[in-house]
Design a protein around this ligand. Structure first.
Ligand code: CIR
Length: 253
């Protein structure tokens, strides 16, 4: 069960953030509406939401997930791989101090984005991406092992972040797409395979009694409902334009 969630309001500078997509410039008003709906959905899931003010100095800072890895026992402040985002951790560390006593950090030359970290019960998968390097992944692995968790490092071939293409719902149910479908690492799970056309829906989040998914991916929705979950659908177009998904927008703990 998650009790808390941290989110950050997107600022006006969001439209000038990093992106590899060619989906066009985000519409700021639409963006705020979608973010508000996201916060409402989280509240419906029964978590207490800490809403941080927008930080115009960091256009991508609404994607708070990349700044920390939060577990039951301790927090890890990451070292984000994109230079324009690295300073986001300074304020996040202060925020995290209100919730955690044990706080670890990833140090340069190691880099790590939280979007590359997937927790599956007591085991973590850590993606090697353009943002997370081997040094950063190894540092996180060592920290996790120190606290009794297991960790597997997963080199990515195509996905932006690990969680761009994979989500754990609990009950051994794993939603996965693209390069992860045939990977030997995930064959022992109940696999909910997301087809190519719906790949964006692989980034979904289980929050207590609900699975939140992006709107417009009917086949994936059906598969998740058939697996026994109650689903909340959210319009995500303005986040997708900046390479962001549902998991990126919050820290859940
Ligand atoms: C970035 O390039 O960093 C942002 N525009 C998107 C970050 C998405 N975060 C995530 O997948 N965890």
């Amino acid at each position: 069960m998650f009790k808390h969630v941290i989110v950050r309001q997107p600022g006006k500078s969001y439209v000038n953030g990093l992106t590899t997509s060619n989906l066009g410039k985000p519409d700021y008003e639409k963006l705020l509406t979608q973010h508000k709906a996201y916060v409402e959905a989280l509240k419906k899931c029964g978590v207490e939401v800490t809403e941080l003010e927008a930080d115009e100095n960091y256009p991508d800072s609404t994607f708070v997930e990349d700044t920390a890895v939060l577990t039951e026992k301790f927090a890890v402040i990451t070292n984000p791989g994109a230079e324009s985002r690295n300073g986001e951790i300074i304020h996040m560390k202060e925020v995290i101090k209100d919730f955690y006593q044990a706080i670890e950090s990833i140090h340069s030359p190691g880099t790590l984005d939280g979007g590359d970290v997937l927790q599956v019960e007591n085991h973590f998968y850590i993606g090697l991406s353009d943002r997370t390097n081997e040094e950063g992944a190894n540092q996180l692995k060592q920290i996790l092992e120190k606290y009794g968790y297991g960790a597997t490092i997963v080199p990515l071939k195509e996905f932006f972040h690990l969680k761009t293409g994979i989500a754990y719902l609990g009950n051994n149910d794993l939603v996965l797409a693209g390069e992860f479908v045939d990977s030997g690492l995930f064959q022992s799970f109940n696999r909910i395979v997301v087809e190519k056309e719906e790949e964006y829906a692989a980034n979904c989040i289980r929050v207590n009694d609900y699975v939140i998914i992006p709107k417009g991916y009917e086949n994936t929705k059906k598969k998740i409902v058939d697996a026994g979950y109650d689903v909340i659908e959210l319009e995500m177009s303005e986040f997708q334009k900046q390479d962001g998904g549902l998991s990126c927008l919050s820290l859940r703990f």
